[in-house]
Write a protein that binds this ligand. Structure first.
Ligand SMILES: NC(=O)c1ccc[n+]([C@@H]2O[C@H](COP(=O)([O-])OP(=O)(O)OC[C@H]3O[C@@H](n4cnc5c(N)ncnc54)[C@H](OP(=O)(O)O)[C@@H]3O)[C@@H](O)[C@H]2O)c1
Length: 341
């Protein structure tokens, strides 16, 4: 690691993604003195865990006074815009978890395993893709390196923590209320999230019929794959799981393959491939770094040119905080000529 260690501002340190980012930074050996935590007036003055340490959360208004090398933005789109405006012209590199800049032409949308080559010395803002996009594209990448892909259909089973710490609190409180026979009033989600399943709560586009999460997956995949008309058909669904998304992914490939061919694609990848017969669940993947692949099928009614994957991913880690930190370390390696292990 560079000496002195880069200064990292974690903005939104009290939230689900910010808390995870602090935990990952601590695990990766960043010293507490190199990390500063920021939040709104709601969390300013409180502390955030950083390994064995506690870091004070400062009001975001103090940000211009820090000399942060990196701003890891783990807040909403409005905060992201205001931070970018305030840091414009400074050397701070912004890595944003929100959707504020993802589709901006001049902002690279990066999954390091796929397109880290988009990061250059001049990059000042880098966007982290949506968690469902990161997960799906990581799951497909080993196959994409071996086969031409003609289309993808995906159904997501998304944990409530995708809506932040309030989503987790709502699942807990509704579960208790249901079991005790009390009535509930949904606040974070439009429907009861305990003992229930519903289409993703993002706004429905009246023209296409897709919800916002599905449109993000389509647009972000096309941008990352640099394929403006790629046929992706997503259906995004919320399930009563606290953390870790699952997906059923159907991939149309341009030539025939069997299950062993597909398993071989994963042999040299960082993805976790389950043993045949193992029923992969979100629970076992929670807290892990890599997207995990469970059951693999090849559909013979498609002349063996359709592959079906079951995948799980801790969306707060690889789908958000970890991907952002991997981006930061890619920039750091590029700018400072250091090697991370
Ligand atoms: N959760 C996921 O699985 C996931 C996955 C991928 C991407 N993301 C994206 O990551 C971002 C953070 O999500 P999250 O799940 O961590 O949400 P969260 O749990 O609701 O946390 C939001 C954080 O933003 C801070 N914040 C809100 N308004 C602020 C302001 N005006 N100034 C400074 N800080 C402010 C909050 O601080 P206070 O406590 O002070 O309000 C809190 O720390 C969002 O853009 C989300 O879409 C989330």
């Amino acid at each position: 690691m560079r000496e002195p260690c880069p200064v990292i501002a974690v903005i939104g340190a009290s939230g689900a993604v910010g808390t995870e980012a602090l935990s990952i930074l601590s695990d990766r050996g960043y010293p507490p003195g190199s990390v500063r935590c920021f939040g709104s007036a709601r969390s300013a003055g409180s502390v955030a865990p950083f390994g064995a340490h506690r870091l004070a959360i400062e009001n975001l208004d103090a940000l211009p006074k820090t000399d942060a090398d990196y701003a890891l933005l783990c807040a909403d789109t409005e905060t992201a815009h205001s931070v970018r405006d305030r840091l414009r012209g400074t050397p701070t590199v912004i890595i944003d978890n929100s959707s504020a800049f993802r589709m901006d032409e001049d902002v690279p949308l990066v999954i390091p395993e796929i397109n880290s080559d988009l990061i250059s010395h001049e990059t000042s803002v880098i966007a982290n893709p949506n968690c469902s996009t990161i997960m799906m594209l990581c799951a497909i990448e080993p196959i994409r390196r071996a086969y031409e892909i003609n289309g993808v259909s995906v159904t997501t089973y998304q944990a409530v923590s995708g809506a932040g710490r309030r989503g987790i609190q709502e699942l807990h409180s509704q579960t208790r209320a249901f079991l005790e026979g009390e009535s509930i009033t949904p606040e974070v989600f439009p429907h009861a999230c305990a003992f229930n399943v519903f289409e993703h709560e993002s706004e429905l586009d009246p023209v296409s019929g897709y919800n916002g999460e599905e449109l993000k997956m389509i647009r972000e995949t096309r941008k990352i794959w640099n394929c403006p008309t790629f046929p992706l058909l997503p259906t995004c669904v919320r399930v009563p799981v606290e953390r870790t998304h699952a997906q059923s992914i159907i991939i149309e490939i341009a030539e025939r393959a069997n299950i062993e061919d597909i398993r071989r694609c994963y042999a040299n990848s960082s993805l976790r491939l389950s043993e045949p017969g193992h029923a992969l669940t979100p629970r076992e993947i929670t807290g892990t770094d890599n997207v995990a692949i469970g059951r693999i099928r090849v559909d013979h009614t498609s002349d063996a040119m359709r592959v079906v994957l079951w995948a799980c991913c801790d969306q707060i880690r690889k789908g958000a905080a970890l991907n952002a930190i991997q981006i930061m370390e890619t920039v750091e390696a590029l700018n400072r000529d250091v090697v991370y292990i």
